[in-house]
Design a protein around this ligand. Structure first.
Ligand SMILES: [Zn+2]
Length: 450
């Protein structure tokens, strides 16, 4: 078997790993590069693998940095394979991929309008129609069952993180690779913990929090405090939230706190059509959930969804106190930008970040203390309070990942991916020092034979 790294080597985005035998070729994950422009521009590079030579794409989960490149492969009709994933991933991809196409179209339109493009006219990477067309290649398969693609056998196991997220074991009958995918936290209040990954000759592991530990804080208490503080100032609490995962977790904590009386009852708006759909899906699909039916329903009952643009505009300028959850989670796009523009300059308001903030994003700038921020071509002074609750992260920290890997048989080698360079290197050193594993940080395009 040959393994080649075509993404997520020096960044947390763009996951793409090619596994080949003489007869079979699969791509494990097919993610978009996101974040700073130099990364995003890689999405436009010619993909080094012939699309019609791929037998399957295997997705660990539906986040766009793992699935968002699929429509680029499928849109010219040359892709002959299947997209294999769990039911949860397929259902989430139905929500996320068309939206990604829509955002690409919006961005191209915007660039054309302001003339800020070297390509005239600017084209979207793919359209929402092309993303919709990609969905027909998806085939959901159950976890813990062998799936045959040519001479490769694939098996999914639960990874926590988000609905449907899985680790993937690939074997040619002789040699094997285990891909961690994004690994959730064993203590996640919403999702069942990650299952032990299958032993393999080679392990590919994520390192988003390779150099950080999540603080041992009472998340519920911290959230309650932020809501109470903001309320006392009569302000609005803005929560940029990833539509999938973190939104549901925040809603659950809010519902619990309001029921217990620790969080004041204020209107809660879920201002993201995608987050609304993802929440409905989470309530309907109990595959990975730890919550009871009643707890999942309470999340839904709590919120006032604002799917239409008119409803969204109405709350953008409404008076507080209130809580608005809106995507995107790193404030890179979406409706949260309008809310930030309307609320950032008022010290009564709070912006609360609840997930990982990648380098180059507005979320990272704000959480690192930026005094002004550019939105829609204009600078805004940051006068609102900026808060962050890291424990709400959907990713295990390095200690949790090491403990998760520890029971495995020692692999021949372990490749560390999906981390900013410093996090990835810290993870590599810890794997070596604490588990005595041969750990490497592969560069982009690196290949290994096994
Ligand atoms: Zn993810």
């Amino acid at each position: 078997m040959k393994l080649t790294f075509y993404g997520a080597t020096d960044t947390v985005t763009g996951s793409k790993f090619l596994v080949e035998t003489e007869r079979t070729r699969i791509l494990v994950d097919c993610g978009l590069f996101q974040g700073v422009k130099s990364l995003r521009s890689r999405n436009w590079d010619r993909f080094p693998v012939k699309t019609d030579s791929l037998d399957a794409v295997v997705l660990t989960h539906a986040h766009l940095d793992h699935s968002g490149y699929v429509p680029v492969l499928t849109r010219r009709g040359r892709f002959r394979g299947k997209i294999l994933c769990t039911t949860g991933t397929r259902d989430l991809a139905r929500i996320l991929l068309p939206d990604s196409g829509h955002l690409q179209e919006e961005q191209a339109k915007f660039l054309n309008r302001i003339g800020a493009t070297r390509h005239r006219p600017a084209e979207p990477l793919y359209t929402s129609d092309e993303a919709l067309a990609a969905l027909k290649y998806f085939e959901a398969v159950p976890r813990h069952e062998d799936v045959q693609v040519g001479d490769l056998t694939i098996r999914f196991s639960r990874a926590g993180h988000i609905l449907g997220a899985s680790s993937v074991h690939v074997s040619d009958g002789r040699r094997s690779i285990s891909f961690s995918g994004d690994v959730g936290r064993a203590s996640d209040p919403l999702l069942k913990p990650p299952e032990r990954m299958q032993d393999a000759d080679v392990v590919v592991v994520e390192s988003t929090y390779g150099n950080r530990r999540h603080p041992e804080v009472d998340t519920a208490q911290e959230l309650a405090e932020v809501v109470r503080d903001t309320n006392a100032r009569g302000g609005v609490l803005l929560i940029p939230a990833f539509a999938v995962g973190r939104s549901q977790m925040v809603l659950h904590e809010l519902a619990k706190g309001m029921a217990a009386g620790t969080i004041p009852r204020v209107p809660v708006y879920l201002d993201s059509p995608m987050a609304i759909s993802a929440t409905e899906l989470f309530v309907a699909n109990d595959e990975d959930s730890r919550l009871s039916d009643a707890e999942r329903q309470a999340m839904c009952d709590l919120v006032q969804p604002t799917p239409t643009v008119e409803q969204s505009k109405a709350i953008t300028h409404a008076k507080g106190p209130m809580i608005v959850l809106s995507a995107s989670g790193m404030a890179t796009g979406g409706r949260i930008l309008h809310h930030l523009a309307a609320r950032l300059e008022d010290p009564a308001n709070t912006v609360l970040f609840v997930g990982f903030q990648a380098a180059g994003t507005r979320g990272e700038a704000l959480t690192s203390g930026a005094e002004e921020i550019k939105l829609h071509g204009r600078y805004f002074q940051v006068r609102a309070q900026i808060r962050r609750i890291e424990a709400l992260s959907a990713h295990a920290d390095y200690r949790e990942i090491l403990e998760w890997l520890r029971p495995m048989r020692k692999p021949e080698s372990c490749y560390v991916v999906h981390g900013e360079p410093s996090a990835r290197d810290a993870m590599r050193v810890r794997l070596q020092d604490e588990l005595d594993w041969n750990a490497f940080a592969p560069p982009h395009g690196f290949s290994t034979l096994l």
